[in-house]
Structure formats: C-alpha cells, structure tokens
Design a protein around this ligand. Structure first.
Ligand SMILES: *[C@@H]1O[C@H](CO)[C@@H](O)[C@H](O)[C@H]1NC(C)=O
Ligand SMILES: *[C@@H]1O[C@H](CO)[C@@H](O)[C@H](O)[C@H]1NC(C)=O
Ligand SMILES: *[C@@H]1O[C@H](CO)[C@@H](O)[C@H](O)[C@H]1NC(C)=O
Ligand SMILES: *[C@@H]1O[C@H](CO)[C@@H](O)[C@H](O)[C@H]1NC(C)=O
Ligand SMILES: *[C@@H]1O[C@H](CO)[C@@H](O)[C@H](O)[C@H]1NC(C)=O
Ligand SMILES: *[C@@H]1O[C@H](CO)[C@@H](O)[C@H](O)[C@H]1NC(C)=O
Length: 353
C-alpha cells in the first residue's frame, strides 16, 4: 500500500509533468538557439489545453501572430488604428517571458479596402506606407525581437525570381522595399529587421532572386538583419538537409542572421505510417539545418495543433485541398512522430551543435 502510494505519487509528481509538458524551447536554447517558437492567434485562446501548451515557455520561447499584425487588422481605415488583438498576443508573450516575432508590415495580401481600392500616385502611396510602418513599429517598440518588414516580395513561381507586380512595385517601384526597412530601422533601432519569403529554402531562380533583394537593400545603405525561411513543406517536394544548409549559407554569407519562420509539413490525407515518417524526416531535417547553421537564431512552427492549422481539412481554409495534419500534435493531442523526432534530435545529436 505504502509503496504503491509512493509509486503513484512519484508518477504523478515527477513522471507525468515530464510526459505532459514539452521542452522543445529548452532543448533548442541549450544548443545555443534563441528560441523554438510558434505562430498563434487570439481566437485559439479559448481552448484551455491549447493555451497551457502555448504558455509553456519550456516548450515555446517565441510567439508570432498569424494575422493580428497584418495591415487590414492594424489600420482598417486611413486614420483608424486598432492594436487590440495583437496587443493580447504581445502581452501574453511578455507575461510568459517569450520573445515576439512581429509579422508583418508590407505585403500584397490582407490589405484594407481603402488602400487596395484607393487612387494612388508614387508620392502619396509612399507616405501612406511610411506612416503605417512607423506607427506600427513604434507601437511595439522594444517588444519585438524581430520584425518581418517585407513579406513575399517575389513572384510565386519558384522558377521566376523577379519582383512581384503589386501596388507597391507598380506605383512606388522596387525602392519601396528599402524605404520600408529604412523607416522601420528609425522607429525601432533594436528590433532585428527581416525579409520573409517562401520557396527560397531550395536552390533556383527564386532563391537567387531573394539574394538580389537583400543586396538591393544593402546597396541602398539601409539596414537589413535577417532572412526568414518560411518552410511550408510537403514531403514530396521538401529540400533535404544538405540543400537547406547550403541555402542558409548563401544568406548568412551576405552577413545576415536567419530564422525558420513558418515551419509546417502537410501530408496527403488519409495519413499512413509511411507518410508520418516522411513528415518526421522533413521536420527533423529543417531543425537540423538550423542547428547546423550558427547564424540561424531560431525556429518557429506555424502553429502546433492540427485542429487549428491554417491548412485544411480541419479548418475553414481548404487552400491545400486534400492535404492536412501539418502540425506537431494531432487533433486529439497525441504527439506525432515529427514531435518526438525533433525532441530526440535536439537531445541526442553531437555537441558540435
Ligand atoms: C474556440 O473558438 C473557435 C473559433 O470561434 C471555435 O471554433 C471553437 O469551437 C472554440 N473552442 C472552444 C473550446 O470553445
Ligand atoms: C478593434 O478590434 C477589436 C477586435 O477585433 C474589436 O472588437 C473592436 O471593436 C475594434 N475597435 C474599433 C474601435 O473598431
Ligand atoms: C475593392 O473593390 C472591389 C470592387 O468594388 C471589391 O470587390 C473588393 O472587395 C474591394 N477590395 C477590398 C480589399 O475591399
Ligand atoms: C494620390 O495622388 C494622386 C496623384 O498622384 C491623386 O490622383 C490621388 O487622388 C491621391 N490620392 C489620395 C487618396 O489623396
Ligand atoms: C515572371 O513572372 C512575371 C509575372 O507573371 C512575368 O511577367 C515575367 O515575364 C516572368 N519572368 C521570368 C524571368 O520568367
Ligand atoms: C489520435 O489521432 C491520430 C490521427 O487520427 C490517430 O492515429 C491516433 O491513434 C489517435 N490517438 C489516440 C490516443 O486516440
């Protein structure tokens, strides 16, 4: 009786907390990284299990809002500003002792109607862009480890590699990018300023185009600190470990730090043990590429629970028709092989990491 009670107590007090509480951030920090983080949104805070994982700083050392800092939310009218939702995420991170990745300032999507449908010339659109950048960065001054200043400025096609035709490029010209960085730098001299992009994690014209964008900013004499590798992958197309490391080196050779910013690995449904294993390989390769790259400061997953992922079919967003289960936890909160794979890689890989 006594010994089984002792075993029960032992189990409850020591084993269970270890089993139910994750430690990916602790493990990454012990290997010299600044954080292992996650994307989140305020609408997810109503789920107590989700929230307890989110609040666990041993698991997640950085938060990034999925939508709350985007233009249509922050500046819904020309003279209207609304920081309500993003403030809740920043306050939570502050309370938990987590870093903030702040995302994003200038993008071609999720823009408000007054902006998209307005009549603009170069002069007044530049002024509107600067006003937005300065106000938003100033509001969060001192609270963001990093800002994604520009997002996805290249054409979608990985074989293209040229700047995307959108209102910024078409009306202001390519210099809109350096102007945005210049004013973000003035508004918060201590935030790391990033260019965030996807499909640059493998070699090709888009990867090369992103390097040209970095050089263009540097040639303008303007500060850029980092490059974000979004890393939305699927097993059949994901780059392997070596290719990811080579691509990271291309950017760190330009003097930048780097972060994996939106990692998730969608699989074709229904899942199978083979697919879950391939998914694990992609997650682990990506984490290893960052661990092997000294100037890769951290990794962020684009949420951690299938139930809330932006990738269908468990959510409203069926953008990737037929794909799903992209995150580290199944909808029933079971950890995926990808989760345990990352954990074990962070624990057991050689110490030269
Ligand atoms: C939380 O809110 C979301 C979105 O409104 C909803 O779909 C979900 O059912 C809610 N969850 C709980 C536990 O109330
Ligand atoms: C600001 O946004 C919040 C959250 O979406 C909303 O509840 C509130 O009404 C908005 N405030 C104004 C003044 O529109
Ligand atoms: C811009 O105007 C068009 C036509 O009126 C409308 O369909 C569209 O929704 C507007 N864009 C935004 C972002 O509101
Ligand atoms: C912006 O400037 C253009 C001329 O370059 C003008 O036609 C337009 O009305 C201005 N837009 C606003 C909203 O003031
Ligand atoms: C890249 O895409 C744009 C827009 O679709 C197109 O105009 C341009 O010709 C393409 N350039 C190359 C090099 O493929
Ligand atoms: C959780 O869901 C996954 C995917 O549907 C399934 O394979 C697994 O058996 C479930 N685990 C439990 C404990 O129900």
């Amino acid at each position: 009786m006594y010994s089984s009670l002792r075993i029960l107590l032992y189990t409850t007090l020591t084993v269970l907390p270890v089993l139910v509480s994750g430690q990916l951030n602790d493990l990454a920090q012990r290997r010299g990284k600044l954080y292992f983080g996650t994307e989140t949104e305020t609408w997810e805070f109503n789920d107590t299990t989700y929230l307890s994982h989110l609040n666990n700083v041993r698991e997640f050392g950085a938060l990034v809002p999925g939508n709350s800092m985007k233009w249509e939310v922050i500046q819904p009218g020309r003279y209207e500003w609304n920081f309500t939702l993003a403030d809740q995420i920043v306050d939570l991170a502050e309370h938990n002792g987590q870093h903030m990745r702040c995302h994003n300032l200038v993008w071609h999507e999720q823009l408000p109607g007054w902006l998209v449908n307005g009549t603009w010339g170069k002069e007044n659109l530049t002024a509107v862009m600067i006003d937005h950048v300065v106000r938003e960065v100033t509001h969060y001054k001192g609270k963001c480890y990093a800002w994604d200043v520009v997002n996805e400025v290249l054409n979608d096609d990985p074989n293209n590699g040229t700047l995307r035709s959108d209102m910024w490029l078409d009306i202001i010209g390519p210099e809109y990018i350096a102007i945005a960085f210049e004013h973000a730098a003035r508004a918060d001299p201590h935030a790391k300023l990033y260019y965030n992009e996807y499909d640059i994690e493998f070699k090709g014209p888009k990867h090369d185009g992103a390097m040209k964008v970095v050089k263009m900013i540097q040639d303008a004499g303007v500060r850029i600190d980092g490059i974000g590798f979004e890393s939305h992958f699927t097993p059949s197309t994901a780059p392997g470990l070596q290719e990811q490391m080579d691509c990271m080196k291309d950017f760190t050779d330009l003097g930048l730090e780097l972060a994996v910013t939106e990692l998730d690995v969608r699989i074709l449904l229904p899942d199978s043990p083979e697919e879950l294993e391939q998914q694990e390989t992609v997650y682990v390769d990506t984490v290893e590429a960052c661990m092997n790259t000294e100037k890769c400061v951290g990794m962020t997953v684009w949420d951690f629970w299938d139930q809330n992922s932006w990738i269908g079919p468990l959510t409203w967003d069926l953008y990737y028709n037929g794909y799903g289960e992209a995150d580290l936890y199944f909808a029933n909160w079971t950890r995926k092989p990808a989760y345990t794979g990352i954990e074990s890689a962070l624990k057991h890989r050689p110490s030269h990491w």
